[in-house]
Design a protein around this ligand. Sequence first.
Ligand code: SF4
Length: 119
Amino acid sequence: MSEKDKKQELPSFFQMAKNFGAELSKYVAQGAPNVTQGNYIRRLAACESCPHLIKDKMRCGKCGCLVEHKAKWQTTTCPDIPSRWPEEILVKDYDEKRKRPVKTGNKAPDANKQSEGNS
Ligand code: SF4
């Protein structure tokens, strides 16, 4: 039997409530940051093709959360090991002081370094 053919069951109601409470606390404590629209779509696409998704309820079979909401919150992670969501959108890139994601990738050139050769 393939991984997709196995019947996925939800965690117990108590476990789902506990998981959701923990995710909600983290989300609120960090200022309710949401992922970008592009990352939201990428997360949902990963869930759509995941064998743990309970499609008729659109719940993650690993944690019991509604993926439509879970995928939107920047503070959440995919509970599978390894994670099925792209790594660049995980909460480690969150700037607590500025209450927004840290920008990574191409940085603007340092103004001081540009003027070094011109003096
Ligand atoms: S959160 Fe992860 S484990 Fe859960 S359905 Fe989505 S991809 Fe699968």
